[in-house]
Design a protein around this ligand. Structure first.
Ligand code: BDR
Ligand code: CA
Length: 305
């Protein structure tokens, strides 16, 4: 059983990561922390509370950071919509509330369970950087930090930067330089999980045969996400954030290389780039290079049952 904390800025693909974690028999989610990223903190928290309540996922939700450490906040409403998670309709009145401060929750959970907790970050790294600064002992007490962010090649928000790193480069720099064991799911690997029309069709057919609320939420979120990505970036969306959860469910789907990586915080054109300083067997940063795409989508399909 893998125990984890998910720190996320709940938009469509963060939500799929939550659906996958909920459906996985070998994962135990200790809590979810909502952070500002794709959208405001209020929206990210609201989306997380509504989603987990709607799918009967009995997991505590906490409040993370309101915005990046230094830079001005950016959001991605062209991709995720005004709410940060447009698409699914949650009709139930929300009862669930935040359980409190997410950074203290991260620190306390890791420190009380040394070597046991996987920390998964699928939004900007603001909360993780603050937690590291507040309690540096989490660096050696966490089992591993799995992040969706960065790229060894091109970016997706600027020519050189990926969104989650660009949204808080100063936080990412702290995280990448602190020595924590990082598994980096960057665009190099996540772009191997572009959703196909056939996969969506398979989900729609299955939903008619054997309805599941998780699958319906997935389909409704994807309908919005596919349309917005086609409009904004002219390609179907990748399952960026779900890669982190798929790795925890079945690590053998992914292959990694150890690289030295630093984060650019000064460059006019390269702000937020994860700069590849080369392969180095002594590095603590495992960069995702390849995923078994077929098996990944099989796992996603199973998780939605
Ligand atoms: C990342 O940016 C966000 O829009 C997605 O949720 C994902 O975490 C991809 O660059
Ligand atoms: Ca995200």
């Amino acid at each position: 059983m893998e125990r984890l904390i998910l720190d996320c800025d709940t938009g469509q693909d963060d939500a799929i990561a939550i659906l996958m974690a909920h459906g996985a028999k070998n994962l135990a989610v200790e809590g979810i922390v909502a952070v500002a990223g794709n959208t405001t903190l209020e929206n990210a928290l609201e989306n997380t509370l509504k989603l987990t309540e709607d799918i009967d996922f009995n997991v505590p939700v906490y409040t993370g950071s309101r915005g990046p450490l230094i830079r001005k906040q950016i959001v991605a409403s062209a991709i995720h919509g005004e709410s940060g998670y447009d698409g699914p309709v949650f009709t139930k009145k929300r009862i669930k509330k935040s359980c409190g401060n997410g950074i203290d929750f991260i620190i306390n959970t890791i420190m009380q369970n040394p070597g046991e907790i996987n920390l998964v970050a699928t939004g900007p790294l603001t909360d993780i950087a603050i937690a590291i600064k507040k309690e540096p002992k989490i660096i050696t007490s966490v089992k591993r930090l799995i992040i969706m962010g960065g790229s060894l090649s091109k970016g997706n928000v600027t020519p050189s930067a990926e969104f989650n790193i660009y949204a808080d480069p100063e936080a990412a720099k702290i995280v990448f330089n602190c020595g924590i064991e990082i598994y980096m799911m960057g665009l190099d690997v996540t772009k191997q999980t572009i959703v196909s029309k056939d996969f969506m069709q398979k989900c729609i057919v299955k939903q008619k045969e054997k309805p599941s609320r998780s699958r319906q939420v997935f389909i409704d979120g994807m309908n919005f996400y596919i349309a917005s990505c086609m409009k904004a970036i002219r390609e179907a969306p990748s399952m960026h954030d779900p890669c982190c959860i798929a790795f925890l469910i079945n690590p053998s789907l992914f292959s990694f290389e150890k690289h030295l990586i630093d984060v650019e915080t000064k460059g006019e054109l390269t702000y937020g780039e994860t700069v590849d300083l080369g392969i180095n067997e002594n590095s603590n940063i495992h960069v995702g290079i390849k995923v078994d795409t077929k098996q990944f989508f099989e796992l996603l399909f199973q998780s939605l049952q």
